[in-house]
Design a protein. Structure first.
Length: 203
């Protein structure tokens, strides 16, 4: 029986692609890389340190990540939206006493700001993200740290996400994975309604 739910952030809880792409473009411009022929949406989800290593070189990847974090921390939170299915599902999950967590590679401070901005913070027992004191290089590592820190039973925990990186995080942590169809993963076979998500969690 599932009691704990780890939610991916971007593409699952919220649609923040306009904000994400805006910040990424500033980073690419700063490092002199033209984004004209780059599918910027595809860069949302994979670990940024890997993305920056690919485009800027291994030696510049950490500098690019530091610059990205600085830009994001000083960027106004706007042009982000909650997926309708999530707005419907979260109150029901909370009323049914599920423990809700976020697992994001985004900077923890930014995750908190985004959830507060959208009025979602109250639903989550724990908000997990990247931080200087607890850096993460993969979604797998973020999920693992949450499981260990809060002593979650894997048999009672599911991860909800929209991309292959979320699936990998679930599989590598021996968690049940529920893929949503409304995010950036483009998997039309995924769950596409709040009621379907709730039904799957009860199975």
């Amino acid at each position: 029986m599932i009691k704990n739910i780890l939610f991916d952030l971007e593409g699952t809880l919220i649609d923040s692609k306009a904000l994400q792409i805006s910040v990424l473009e500033k980073v690419f411009n700063h490092f002199g890389v033209d984004t004209k022929n780059i599918d910027m949406l595809s860069l949302i989800g994979p670990p940024l340190i890997q993305t920056f290593a690919h485009y800027f070189g291994e030696n510049s990847a950490q500098n690019a990540l530091d610059y990205y974090e600085n830009v994001f921390k000083n960027t106004e939170i706007k042009d982000i939206y909650t997926f309708p299915q999530i707005l419907e599902a979260l109150p029901i999950l909370k009323r049914n006493n599920y423990r809700l967590f976020t697992t994001s590679l985004q900077i923890l401070e930014v995750v908190e700001r985004e959830l507060e901005y959208l009025g979602l913070r109250e639903y989550f027992d724990v908000v997990a993200g990247d931080s200087p004191t607890s850096p993460a290089i993969s979604k797998t590592q973020i999920a693992s740290s949450v499981i260990e820190k809060y002593k979650l039973k894997k048999s009672e925990t599911a991860l909800v996400g929209d991309t292959v990186f979320d699936r990998e995080a679930a599989e590598q942590n021996s968690l049940r994975f529920l893929q949503v169809a409304w995010g950036y993963g483009n998997d039309e076979s995924g769950i596409n309604t709040a009621s379907a998500l709730l039904d799957k969690l009860r199975e």
